[in-house]
Design a protein around this ligand. Sequence first.
Ligand code: NZQ
Ligand code: ZN
Length: 381
Amino acid sequence: MDKFTFSYPTKVYFGEESAAQAFGAELGKVGKTVMLAYGGGSVKKNGVYDEIKSLLEQAGKTIIDFSGIMPNPTYAKVQEGAAIVRKQHVDFILALGGGSVIDCCKVISAQAVLDEDIWEMEYSKGQFPTAGIPIGAVVTASGTGAEMNAGAVITYEEKKWKGPVFGTVASFAVLDPAYTMSVPPMQVFSGAFDTLSHAMETYFGSSDQNNVSDDLALAVMRNTVVNMRRLLKNINDRQARSNLMWDSAMAENGILKCGRLTDFQAHQMEHQLGAYTDCNHGQGLAVIHPAYYRHIVKDAPEKFARLAKVVFDVDTAAGGVQALESFIKECGLPTKMGQLKSTVEITPEVLRQVADTCNIIKVGPRELSRDEIYDILMECL
Ligand code: NZQ
Ligand code: ZN
């Protein structure tokens, strides 16, 4: 194991009707004015917004609505939210949604108490926020694990950049699988594939072979695949959704990353693909992963073989990559760029820009060149 510091600041309330339990325990600790932040309206259609609003009212809170947080949240939306927090003297931010809403709120929280621009601070000065308006998260779509970490992924449209911005970690998170039952099947599988990707990308970073973080990552991968297959049989299998919800949190709450470095090269490619196309995160990953792994399977043969055996019950490293690709097809996820919903036509020129701008990871199985990243992306076209 490498040197690490681990802290666990988010109190998790998991299970049905856990919002009432969480609010009863937590809302007394925060001020009166609560910003209730959400996305494009799914929470109004499925009744979750009304339920949460009513619980906030019962707790005597004044509610400031902040709606319209888009998938792949933008820097402009962060600034809009931060301005409202300041103007309305918001005491607490409640993020009600998936990774996009939670990420946006984490950065709004930090930006609202800063005099300087958070993007400039983090990207130009390499400094990170140490304070923020307290926040809580009610997860309505799982996959990212955003509810249990401080990192957010924000798109700066003018800069054509989608990348990490560190904000405030939620003090508590409500994970009620019932709230996810209205998530459309394609988003359910996209989110679950994101979880699988997080565990794989963590596993393929640098580490000693016999560390417990890798063993746990393999367990999360296997469990994610098992429960995705359950959902292929019955999309309304509540236990499977519940299992995936905890897999999602486990993959990104830091436990799998203890004492080791992480790869996340597929994520770097996908984030820049998202910056250029606004594609769905999990679906972009589903397209990129098999091609990326075909390129690096010879650089970590033992690790690939172990994953192949534990997760897909096949005997060879290359067979494991094939099994991953087949599994993606089995789930009905996109396998080619042309199947992604994109704001622009995905051409070789677009992929060249993605390859030329994405971060390159130095601690994965092998450091890729920009030309090889371009080749990988072109294989997905
Ligand atoms: O906007 P609404 O109307 O709510 O609809 C959303 C959205 O269209 C819908 N949805 C959410 N809950 C629902 C629901 N529809 C019906 N019923 C419900 N209960 O689902 C759609 C996708 O939501 P979104 O939040 O965008 O999805 P996800 O949770 O996959 O989050 C993706 C974002 O998180 C970032 C991604 O890059 C992307 O921007 N990530 C964040 C990470 C983190 N903070 O740790 C790590 C990840 O690697 C990832 O990069
Ligand atoms: Zn992800």
